[in-house]
Design a protein around this ligand. Sequence first.
Ligand code: ADP
Length: 491
Amino acid sequence: MSERMILVLDEGTTSTRAMLYTVDGRRVATAQRELTQYYPRPGWVEHDAAEIWDRTLACAREIVLQAGGADRIAAIGITNQRETVVAWDRRTGEPLARAIVWQDRRTADQCETLRSDGHEALIQARTGLVTDPYFSATKMRWLIDHVPEVTAAGDALALGTIESWLVWKLTGGLHITDASNASRTQLMTLDEKGWDADLCALFGVPRATLPEIVDNAGDFGTTLPDLLGAAIPIHGLAGDQQAATIGQACLTPGTVKATLGTGAFILAPTGARRPVSSHRLLGTVLCQIAGVRHYALEGSIFVAGSLIQWLRDRLGLIATAADTEAIARSVPDNGGVVMLPALSGLGAPYWQPAVTGSIHGLTHGTGRAHIVRAALESIAHQVHDLASTFAADGAPWHMLRIDGGMSANDWIAQDMADMLRLTVERPADVETTARGVAMLAAVGAGFFPTLASAAIGESGRTRFEPILPDAARERRLAGWQSVLAQVLPAG
Ligand code: ADP
């Protein structure tokens, strides 16, 4: 029989994709559809779950055709934008409301009340997460409180994150979520298997509405035969950042990945040890296989690639994002300019939502190239500050693997190596998220016994080694620190 393949469904924030992988991790085909973004009010972000399903199915059908039919597909792996919540009716399998997307801030007041009522310490101790509208639980409660159709659904109400929704539709009614996605809801204790009854009561989310929590690799049911031409087993599930960490083969403590996209998400595996942060980093489930959990410490930078978009679209300083590389190289240094990229506050490790961005050190000698260079430098500075925070939490980095749209910029990759004094590696294929869930599905289907053994077929990596002299590095770090000292609230 000819080679069998893995179908990956990669459900992102702005698009949904289906990809075909060989069992040993080579990507051979991709189909993609954009997703409509709904912004009904300031701070609100919604998706149409029916559209997500329709477009995912359309992409999947396209890829099955390219593969030569459903019998060529040995396994499906699903990876998804995390935290986003869908409410649907178990009787009809139809959504009851628009999905509330991870970026949505509508539950900020609810979070403030939880904080002022003194619940934050318990939430953090059990879930590893800070009290923020980012996570799913307050979004679920909001739907129950504010959408009449959701309230009226009663026992027929099903709640879930995007992978739950897709599994329900693909299998015709299986209601499951994987441990990595469940760890972002704020309803699961990091080191216990089921939903936490106290947290469900605190957030007001009935246990009966929630899916069953399962492994990240295993047997998760089969697709309805009519959908793709035959029943195909689902063998892998994972949140996108966890999948990217696995796809970068960052499986052991000391290895770290940074996905540099609109924002930047950095995950460092901590092994079987449940991470405890004293610096407001997030503890999260990296994956659960055969019931055994592995964990990661996570730090999120809100503004990374979006700073480059801002230089282009608001300031008109550059024509394309890729131009920044040549412009940064056109000057020997930043000319004393330091940019604080706090366009939507500062995330980890500062957690300062009210701080705004600023540009420091302007003189008559300052030109466009200095400002662009200072913008690029701010990325490595933020990552460097996170590295210090991870080290303070007992998870020092020994290297950094990058991916995401911004990782294409060699100047940024080199600057990160210089500021971190670490080797920075970039894989030739930066689709690490899809690759990670393909690895999980390959393990779940029994092609490999472990994730480490599934990490084959890698496409080679470009390495960036630190070369900047110490004195220049110290000057850079001092300049950044002095700006932070000026803008961050004392203490
Ligand atoms: P997301 O998955 O968050 O949509 P991507 O991983 O596709 O983001 O990355 C897109 C981001 O990367 C954009 O914000 C863009 O400004 C930035 N970007 C893309 N190419 C470059 C480049 N060569 N240099 C700097 N930034 C870049």
